[in-house]
Design a binder for this molecule. Structure first.
Ligand code: FAD
Ligand code: MLT
Ligand code: ZN
Length: 462
């Protein structure tokens, strides 16, 4: 899906150069190319410039120039987003936060860490461990995704069932709003009822209200003893039932991930990894338990009580655990290697209809685009299924529409964790009432009065 940029005022570029320095305003088409296309390759735009501010003060000055010139901007972090929200599809200026990489200080006593927006998730995880704590969010894009992007998308990932999503970790933020105001609330008090939690409003706002420039994060107690198991299951329904049983029966459960036979075989073919178990299985459930004490016995006992388990392999060695997780995390790259970019439809389903919908989804897709391939996997401990569809042109949205309508029709969410971006904007009304959308628009008008912040993302046009 591609859109173009138009002619651009050179005076604006000169003024921005005066603020951030020539080296941090990129205009060479070869240099800006990687900022113009998203990770999946489905969304490509063009930009007159990529601006890389080095501080919140510089960023506020850039926002003031954008307001004065009526220049629309797209905030960008690691550019690992999945919904076309971080690339300039309508010729916007890209503002990259990747120079704001400061990590720390850690408040060891409180179990909190303050970081700048451009630090990667992996940087945050390392700093948390160095401080004797852990950070509760983990996801496959950890080495590139920034903490600002995680906040802006309210990223989920592998450990939501244990620690919650990114929003649950954010205790405060510094942000440059679309007004140009810098707001900051980074004190980290656990109880602080002093008005609207602006930091939480930034979570999931997808760059439509302002820029997240720093956050204060809650850390979690370390769970150094880990064990993982890959369960070969009779079918997807058994795997989903097992995940639900473990949520209740295994208090140390920290991940429960669904994979299907076709996806695992694809990952093996693409990565050269051996099959995870001696024989293939229709479905696989990857589970992890962790805590201060070794949870292996607890996990094996809980697994022994499950139905539909045909085979299992348990890993306690960290390298073997990582190898098991590669079958699951490898899905993203493997699906992306299939040629035309996938349609990535990340949904949550109510637990009561999860199994039925996982069964129905391939036929829902096949009914609109016969022959399209459906790859299902995801964080099923949260009811979150990643519906990836290949063999459909990037611009052909019939599959997206059919899946979103079916999901919303049973009370599910059209975006579990990736956000709305541009990809799902036209279907937001399936999940949000007219009154809610009016409130969204009013909030956006208040914090971004000129409509310069990611104007084609999330909030539907009036
Ligand atoms: P970008 O892609 O740069 O931007 C994403 C959105 O946030 C855009 O709308 C952008 O405008 C906005 N934005 C970025 N930075 C800021 C800022 N500082 N202030 C304001 N707005 C900003 N996501 C999950 O939730 N769970 C997963 O398990 C998961 N796994 C992934 C695995 C792989 C291999 C990959 C490639 C991606 C995965 N993702 C996952 C998606 C992605 O990593 C997340 O959406 C992540 O939070 C995006 O961070 P980013 O820095 O790359 O943001
Ligand atoms: C994942 O869980 O692997 C991510 O959300 C990325 C994807 O959907 O491919
Ligand atoms: Zn995911």
């Amino acid at each position: 899906m591609a859109c173009g940029s138009s002619s651009f005022d050179p005076g604006f570029i000169r003024a921005v150069v005066d603020v951030v320095g020539r080296a941090h305003v990129l205009t060479d088409p070869d240099v800006v190319a990687s900022y113009e296309i998203d990770w999946t390759g489905r969304f490509r735009g063009s930009t007159p410039a990529v601006v890389r501010p080095g501080s919140s003060e510089e960023l506020a000055a850039v926002v003031a120039l954008c307001r004065a010139g009526g220049v629309a901007v797209v905030p960008q972090g690691g550019n690992t987003g999945m919904v076309g929200g971080g690339v300039p599809l309508h010729g916007e200026v890209v503002v990259s936060l990747r120079r704001l990489t400061g990590v720390g200080p850690a408040d060891v006593a409180a179990g909190q860490l303050t970081v700048q927006a451009g630090a990667t998730l992996a940087d945050v995880q390392v700093a948390a461990r160095d401080a004797g704590w852990e950070y509760g969010v983990d996801l496959g894009g950890r080495d590139s995704a920034t903490i600002g992007g995680n906040v802006a998308t309210n990223a989920g990932g592998l450990r939501v069932l244990r620690y919650g999503d990114t929003r649950a970790q954010v205790l405060g933020a510094q942000a440059v709003l679309g007004t140009g105001d810098v707001v900051e609330h980074l004190g980290g008090l656990l109880k602080d009822n002093t008005g609207y939690p602006l930091h939480l409003l930034m979570c999931g706002s997808e760059g439509t209200l302002g820029f997240v420039t720093a956050v204060r994060l809650r850390l979690v107690a370390p769970a150094p003893q880990r064990v993982a198991a890959i369960l070969g299951m009779k079918d997807a329904a058994s795997a989903l039932a097992a995940a639900q049983a473990l949520r209740l029966g295994l208090p140390t459960l920290s991940a429960a991930e669904l994979m299907l036979r076709a996806g695992v075989e694809l990952v093996c073919a693409v990565t050269g990894a051996p099959p995870p178990l001696p024989s293939p299985h229709e479905a696989y459930l990857l589970v992890e338990a962790s805590g201060p004490a070794d949870p292996t016995l607890e996990l094996t006992a809980a697994v022994a009580g499950l139905s539909g388990v045909e085979d299992a392999a348990v890993a306690v060695d960290p390298r073997r655990i990582a190898a098991l997780f590669r079958y699951r995390e490898g899905h993203t790259e493997a699906v992306n290697s299939l040629g035309a970019p996938p349609h990535k439809l990340d949904v949550t389903l109510p637990f009561g209809v999860l199994a039925e919908m996982v069964e129905r989804l391939p036929s829902i897709v096949d009914a609109v685009v016969p022959g399209a391939a459906v790859w299902l996997f995801g964080h099923v401990g949260d009811g979150n299924v990643h519906v990836n569809v290949t063999g459909v042109a990037p611009d052909d949205e019939r599959v997206d529409e059919a899946v979103f309508r079916a999901v919303a029709g049973v009370g599910g969410s059209i975006s579990a964790e990736h956000g709305i971006g541009t990809a799902k904007r036209k279907w937001l009304e399936l999940n949000r009432s007219p009154a809610e959308l009016r409130a969204f628009a009013a909030i956006k008008r208040a914090l971004d009065p000129d409509g310069i912040m990611n104007p084609h993302v999330l909030v539907p046009p009036a």
